[in-house]
Design a protein around this ligand. Structure first.
Ligand SMILES: CC(C)(COP(=O)(O)OP(=O)(O)OC[C@H]1O[C@@H](n2cnc3c(N)ncnc32)[C@H](O)[C@@H]1OP(=O)(O)O)[C@@H](O)C(=O)NCCC(=O)NCCS
Length: 262
């Protein structure tokens, strides 16, 4: 009998399946499509440099879930990079008929098995954010034996070594060049990042129509994000704390930042 669940490593021919897992409901939206183009390009570069950086789970032959990872050393946006550390960027199973069948666990265990075989990885670092959808990642990683770190939203799993903390980034220091403008960062690792940046641009324009806005791809200009301590949005030399989906609170914070005179 045909196996219902199958896991494949990412290769050039199945990039479309990886994108389908996260974006099946948004194909055809031109802004989202731009996010997908950026991600495809990034995936091709990662495949060429580091080999497979994702796994896709198929359920009844349909792409159902995915896990995406890369060596921390590949992350140009980080000021401090540890050697032999694998970062799990995201894992996602948005397919209702494939929930709670062990697929997420199998994807994660397949990554752990791969790095154990290679014998060069000290530990795995997992980005464990909570989007409010399905099982929150902190719970998922804890179930799988991952341990918390002092780094925000990051869990780890020891392989050949033990956890090494990263160097503290320090606080954002207001830069004279950041005055009277908004700087929005996005990246290519997630196709939602660019559409989110465009959404943020729209919200900033609503409350500060005359403000100059720069939207920067942080993987293309890593020095720009590094000098701002990886803040995703800086307005009038103020790092913005409120997540943009809390729309009213977010807009209030923008108004306050804009009103600061230097
Ligand atoms: C975490 C996630 C990948 C798990 O997917 P999955 O294929 O359903 O996971 P599994 O079947 O391997 O389940 C693992 C465990 O979690 C439990 N679980 C899964 N979904 C659950 C839910 N919604 N609520 C409570 N428990 C849940 C399972 O029962 C199982 O528990 P057990 O190990 O005690 O038996 C999925 O819930 C998900 O995508 N969550 C959102 C993650 C996210 O926000 N990603 C970022 C998007 S870019």
């Amino acid at each position: 009998m045909q196996e219902k669940i199958r896991i494949e490593n990412l290769q050039e021919p199945n990039i479309g399946d990886l994108v389908y897992v996260c974006s099946s409901k948004r194909l055809g939206d031109p802004i989202h499509e731009q996010g997908i183009r950026l991600k495809r390009q990034w995936l091709l570069e990662m495949l060429a440099k580091y080999g497979s950086c994702a796994k896709i789970a198929y359920y009844n032959r349909k792409p159902a879930a995915q896990i995406l990872y890369y060596p921390e050393e590949a992350d140009v946006t980080k000021a401090f990079k540890r050697k032999n550390v694998l970062v799990i960027n995201c894992i996602y199973n948005p397919t209702p008929e494939a929930h709670k069948l062990g697929i997420g666990t199998r994807l994660l265990q397949a990554v752990i098995r791969d790095v154990k075989e290679r014998k060069t990885c000290k530990f795995i670092l997992a980005k464990a954010f909570n989007t409010g959808e399905l099982l929150p990642l902190p719970e998922f990683y804890k179930k799988n034996g991952f341990l918390s770190t002092q780094e925000r939203n990051l869990f780890y799993f020891p392989i050949e070594g033990s956890y090494e903390p990263t160097k503290p980034l320090g606080e954002y220091e207001p830069l004279p060049e950041d005055r009277n403008k908004a700087i929005i960062f996005y990246g290519p690792t997630c196709e939602f990042s660019y559409p989110f940046a465009k959404k943020i641009e729209g919200l900033v324009k609503e409350v500060a129509p005359n403000m100059k806005i720069e939207i920067i791809n942080e993987w293309e200009k890593p020095e720009e994000t590094i000098k701002r301590k990886n803040w995703w949005l800086v307005v009038n030399a103020r790092p913005i704390q409120t997540f943009f989906m809390e729309t009213e609170k977010f807009k209030e914070e923008i108004v306050q930042a804009v009103s600061v005179s230097h």
